[in-house]
Design a protein. Structure first.
Length: 138
């Protein structure tokens, strides 16, 4: 497996969670907006069926979200433990900031009071070390 894909899985899972949260918010708003339409003094029941379908989807999606949160936490913990195996503290630090904290190389360089070129060089070196470790751990 390629190291960027391995480390990038955390960000991918976080995006999936955010998209599901947004879909849940949309379904909640839709369910709230659906009310049983009336035809004179009678209530038309088809609106109720529509609302129940939306609520059912909302509940299903919430269940998926709960499982996805567990997957994210496990993946994040696995990646952090993997990075902690790196012997060079600078390599550990830059990869943790980039792939776990989701900082840009520009932000990392600025917080270290170093140049962007320094950050890209260290990042490249850290990726090589991490790839070797990933290959070794298989």
């Amino acid at each position: 497996m390629e190291i960027r894909s391995y480390l990038g899985e955390v960000a991918r899972l976080e995006r999936i969670l955010e998209n599901k949260r947004e879909e849940i918010r949309r379904l909640q708003a839709l369910a709230a907006s659906l009310s049983a339409p009336t035809a004179g003094d009678r209530v038309v029941s088809s609106g109720s069926k529509d609302r129940m379908g939306v609520v059912d989807r909302w509940v299903d999606l919430q269940g998926e979200l709960d499982g996805d949160v567990e997957r994210l936490l496990a993946a994040r913990q696995e990646r952090v433990r993997f990075l902690e195996q790196l012997e060079n503290p600078g390599e550990y630090d830059i990869l943790h900031q980039k792939y776990i904290q989701h900082k840009t190389l520009e932000q990392i360089a600025e917080s270290a009071d170093r140049s962007y070129t320094w950050a890209t060089g260290l990042h490249r070196k850290a990726l090589r070390s991490a790839q070797g470790l990933l290959n070794k751990n298989g």
